[in-house]
Design a protein around this ligand. Structure first.
Ligand SMILES: Nc1ncnc2c1ncn2[C@@H]1O[C@H](COP(=O)(O)OP(=O)(O)OP(=O)(O)O)[C@@H](O)[C@H]1O
Ligand SMILES: [Mg+2]
Length: 223
């Protein structure tokens, strides 16, 4: 068995909602545990509002746990420099947001930040971005094209772990299948560890990872 890559131990998270100007506490994640091996693909399903995005956001510290511990390679994620952590743990969001500038600028973002020596042309090609889009302004691209840019931009950081928050939900079925294939082939090539949140039972079946359902703040095995 591969060594443990990511471990969530007893993780809890509550949010506060303002209701009639009173702060009301709602527990979203309750003593949640998850162990993920190197190179493993884990799919997480669960109804809307169950806390899937909240869970992913904790793993690269876009938000903080209330209690519990998250370990990456055995080290508490709070002991990593936050930027270093976000380089190691990439995230692709449900709705793609491109940075200002060209597609090339977007893909070179990590390179400027980290001095990574990536081959932008090859990365773009791997992500299915046509050559003629590379120097085009990223802003007017279609949602599917933007999602490819976001995936390529995340991969340009050479992450160890990729968090996917419903990466195909804004796409039509055909584009969604293409992005799915792309992510799966990139995972195989790069031996990425992936946590893939999806609404769709059918998609979870196709991508065939270890499956969990987020229910009442915890992950239950889903067969
Ligand atoms: N910063 C916040 N302040 C208040 N409530 C929040 C905050 N973030 C999340 N929530 C609430 O926490 C719950 C879980 O949200 P989350 O976005 O994690 O759900 P989700 O499972 O990703 O849902 P979806 O499938 O619709 O994306 C929701 O009820 C949401 O309203
Ligand atoms: Mg969500």
């Amino acid at each position: 068995m591969n060594p443990v890559h990511l471990e969530l131990i007893n993780v809890s998270k509550a949010v506060f909602r303002k209701v009639n100007s009173t702060r009301v506490k709602t527990q979203i994640l309750s003593s949640l545990d998850l162990t993920v091996q190197h190179g493993e693909l884990v799919t997480i399903m669960g109804p809307s509002g169950s806390g899937k995005s909240t869970l992913l956001r904790l793993i690269n510290r876009l938000s903080e746990t209330d209690s519990g511990t998250i370990l990456l390679n055995g080290k508490d994620i709070r002991d990593y420099d936050p930027l270093e952590l976000r380089r190691k743990v990439g995230m692709v969001f449900q709705v793609p947001v491109v940075f200002r500038g060209s597609v090339r600028d977007n893909l070179a973002f990590g390179m400027r930040l980290w001095g990574n020596d990536i081959d932008i042309e090859t990365l773009a090609r791997d992500a299915g971005i046509p050559d003629n889009l590379l120097d085009a302004d990223a802003d007017p691209l279609s949602v599917g094209e933007k999602q490819r840019v976001c995936i390529a931009r995340a991969l340009a950081n050479k992450p160890e772990v990729l968090l996917l928050d419903e990466p195909t939900s804004a796409l039509d079925a055909k584009s969604a299948h293409r992005i799915e294939e792309l992510l799966l082939s990139m995972r195989r090539e790069r031996n990425l560890t992936m946590l893939w949140v999806t609404h769709e039972l059918a998609q979870a079946g196709r991508i065939d990872g270890r499956r969990f359902m987020l229910r009442e703040g915890r992950l239950e095995k889903h067969v």
